[in-house]
Write a protein that binds this ligand. Structure first.
Ligand code: RFL
Ligand code: PHB
Length: 389
């Protein structure tokens, strides 16, 4: 089989790239190791920058997002028992949208099916070959049957644990990484959110976040040590711990209920350079990871894919390779700024016992400064709503 762009991975990066290429008249096949149902059900991100929502519109998949997404013009930061609001829209003219990654994935999968574009799900033993030549290829098996795709280019959209980055020789790649000694324990429940807007809490017992998926479905996160397991956290323990970290007014509004999903995600900052290796281009979590504090992961996957789709479009329409040549530097310039913001916000809001009482005083001083300074709040809001592409 032949195609123009072989895309590895049907997460948000791979599906959105497939959709943008389809709209540009470029042929692309997606190869995904999991089943469609598994990919669709994976519960992860919830917050989209305005630029990501605009890109989904441009890709022709923004209709349900615009009808059902919750537009947020601000958020709250809470510490020492008090909440403080940052008015994102007043400071930047921009807002953010709550719309689950599950829904983005569903919309993209439906658009792909309607376009009749080919996706191979449940592909085993995926290998990316010859990407340093002009004829790269992809090999895999489905139900024991061997398949091969010849392509002009390969897009590695296969996430942090994927095969694409791992196929690059070690001497050709440079990796920058920071691990944090804790994770986020997340719970999803059909209970009303505690507040209309997100509340990020910095507490002596650890960070917490109250977010949502809709007006009737809440999503909450608690900082927990890396060593803990989901089994250590029955629902009652989760709700009791969340209540202890909330300010009294919010705690009084907390409605608890059985969890629909519960999981622990480790926190990591990671970037690989470059993001292009011959005819292999990495995009999204395959190239970089941010801790979820700034809600940047899915949004970075979207901006990478926009740069890449533009570059392929110029190549196929005008034989212009400049976009492909500039891709890595262009994407990394935006990635590093989102890495910085996510790292900074993680350090500001989480409990770092090894930093001691001095470290805690520094956090409190910085939070106090932030809320007292229009300049600092504007810088926060510019980053949170998304830096320009
Ligand atoms: P994905 O979503 O991991 O998709 C990669 C796909 O590749 C497949 N794959 C392979 N396919 C073929 N062959 C192989 N060898 C393969 N290996 C893997 C996988 O099965 C998968 O389908 O990466 P992508 O597309 O780059 O998308 C990235 C986002 O999913 C991720 O950045 C976000 O979920 C991060 N994130 C958030 N981002 C936001 O922008 N806003 C948020 O509010 C937000 N909240 C979060 C988050 C991530 C979280 N977790 C669980 C890490 C909250 C959490 C708790
Ligand atoms: C979410 O809704 O899952 C979410 C929102 C904001 C974050 C992280 C996760 O910073």
């Amino acid at each position: 089989m032949k195609t123009q762009v072989a895309i590895i991975g049907a997460g948000p990066a791979g599906l959105l790239l497939g959709q943008l290429l389809h709209r540009a008249g470029i042929d692309a096949v997606i190869v995904e190791q999991r089943s469609a149902a598994y990919v669709q059900a994976r519960i992860r991100a919830g917050l989209l920058e305005q630029g990501t929502a605009d890109l989904l519109d441009q890709a022709g998949v923004g209709k349900r997002l615009r009808a059902e997404g919750l537009v947020h013009t601000g958020l709250e930061l809470a510490w020492s028992g008090r909440r403080h609001r940052i008015d994102l829209t007043k400071l930047t003219g921009r807002s953010v949208i709550i719309y689950g990654q599950t829904e983005v994935t569903k919309d993209l999968m439906e658009a792909r099916a309607a376009a009749g574009a080919k996706t191979f799900y449940e592909a085993d033993g995926v290998r990316v070959l010859q990407f340093n030549s002009s004829s790269p290829s992809v090999e895999f098996q489905i139900g024991g049957k061997k398949l091969a795709i010849e392509a002009d280019f390969i897009a590695g959209c296969d996430g942090f644990h994927g095969v694409c980055r791992a196929s690059v020789p070690a001497e050709a790649i440079r990796v920058y990484e920071r691990l944090y000694p804790f994770g986020w324990l997340g719970i999803l429940a059909d209970t009303p959110p505690v507040s209309e807007e997100l509340i990020y809490l910095s507490h002596e017992r650890g960070f917490a976040l109250c977010t949502m998926r809709s007006r009737t479905r809440s999503r909450h996160y608690l900082q927990c040590p890396s060593s803990e397991q989901v089994e250590d956290w029955p629902d009652e323990r989760f709700w009791a711990e969340l209540r202890r970290r909330l300010d009294a007014e919010t705690a009084a509004k907390l409605v608890t209920g059985p969890s629909i999903e519960k999981s622990i995600a480790p926190l990591r900052s990671f970037v690989c350079e470059p993001m292009r290796f011959g005819r292999l281009f990495l995009a999204g979590d395959a190239a970089h990871i941010v801790p979820p504090t700034g809600a940047k992961g899915l949004n970075l996957a979207a901006s990478d894919v926009r740069f890449l789709a533009e570059a392929f479009d110029a190549y196929y329409r005008k034989k212009d390779e400049s976009g492909l040549d500039a891709y890595s530097a262009r994407a990394l310039a935006r990635v590093w700024k989102a890495e910085r913001f996510s790292w900074w916000m993680t350090k500001l809001m989480h409990l770092f016992p090894e930093e001691g009482e001095f470290g805690r005083k520094m956090q409190l001083a910085e939070l106090d400064y932030l809320m007292g300074s229009a300049a600092a709040q504007t810088a926060f809001a510019e980053n949170y709503t998304g830096l320009p592409y």
